[in-house]
Design a binder for this molecule. Sequence first.
Ligand SMILES: [Zn+2]
Ligand SMILES: [Zn+2]
Length: 386
Amino acid sequence: MSATDFVTAVPSDGRGPRSSGPPPGSVRPAPPVTNGRLASALLALARAEEPGSRPASEDRAAATALRELDEDLHGRRVALRNLPNVSPRAADAIGSFLSSGSDDSIDDHLASILDHHDPDDERKRDYLTVADVSRILASGEGPSTSDLRGDVHLHTDRSDGKMTLAELHRVLQARGDAYAFLTDHARDCAVAGGLFAGDFEAERREIDRLNARTERGFTMFLGAESNIAEDGTLDVTPKRVPCLDAVIASVHTNLRDPRDQTPRLMRALEQPGVAVLGHPRGRLYEMRSGIRADWPRVFARARELGIAIEINGCPERLDLNPRLARQAAESGCLFSLSSDAHARRHLDFLPFALAVARLAGIPAGRIVNAWPKDRFAAWLEERRGG
Ligand SMILES: [Zn+2]
Ligand SMILES: [Zn+2]
C-alpha cells in the first residue's frame, strides 16, 4: 500500500481558495484544497503526459468524479482508490496534491512537475463543484431551492434533448413545480437539430393538451432558445412564430473570437420577444472562456428592457460566473436561474445556479422564476410584446 492510498485529515487553516471560492461573509469558507482544484490539476497532469491530445477518458472520468463528490476530500480520511472512476494512477496524483496543503501550493507543486504553469488554468477556475454548492447552500442567506417555482430553460428530444415533452411535463409536475418554460432550439441553430415553425406549433398543441390535464395547476409555457447570429439577429422570435410566449436568446457560435462582441449582444437584446439572455458568455469548463463584451453596458440595457440575465446551472457552463453575476446584480438586472436540462438527470442542476446567485448577493425577488406563476406569466407577456 502506498502512502497515498489513504488521505488523512489535514486541519483546515481556514484560508479560502485563491480565486474561485466564495467571498468572505455569510458563506462558510472553502477548505484550503478544493475538489475543483484537484480535478483541474489532475486534468493538467494528464494533458501534460499526452501533449496535444485530450486527457484520456479515465483521467477525465476521475476529474468529473471529483467535481461530483458531495463533500470536499480535504480533511477527510478516505480511501482514494475506492472513489468512483479513480484509477490507481489518478489516486496517486490526488494524494500527492492533497498533501500539498492548499490550492496555492498545488499550483506550485504542479508547476514544478510540469516545468511550467498550467496554460488552461483560467478555463478551469471559477467553476463550482457539488461540494462547493452543498457548502454554499448550507450556510448563509439568500435564495434557496424552496424559492424557485420552476425551471426556465429546458430541452426535449424534439431538438437535442433526451426526454419526450410528455415525460418532461410529467416529471416537473410531479416534482411540485408551479410552471416551466420550454425552450427547444430552432432549426437554424448550428449546435442541434432544431425546430421549424410548424414543429413549434405542434409543440404548442401538445403543451396545451398536457396543461389542460394537469391536476396541481402546473403550467408549461412555450418558448424557444433562439440563436444569436454573429450579426446579433435571432433565428426565431414570437413575431415570426406567434405560438411562442417569448424566447431565450443565446450565443452558440464564434465563442473563441477575442474581439469585443458587445454589438452582437446589444442587437439581440433589442429584438422583440426576448425574455432572457441565455448563458451570456458561452464559456465551457476547460474548453473556452467565452465571449468578451462590455458587460456593464449589456447589463444596463437588459435592465432597461426588463430582460432577465440567465445563470445557467449546468456545471460545465456555470454562466454567468459569480463575479459577473454580482456585476449584473449591481446593475439592477433581473435573473433567471435554469438547468438547461437536456436529460432527466440535468434537472438537478438548479442548485448550481442558486449557489452562484447567493455568491452574487442576488435576492429572491429579482429572480423571475422565484415569482408566482401569474407574475411570471405577466412578465413573459410583456416581454413578448417587446
Ligand atoms: Zn444554449
Ligand atoms: Zn439550452
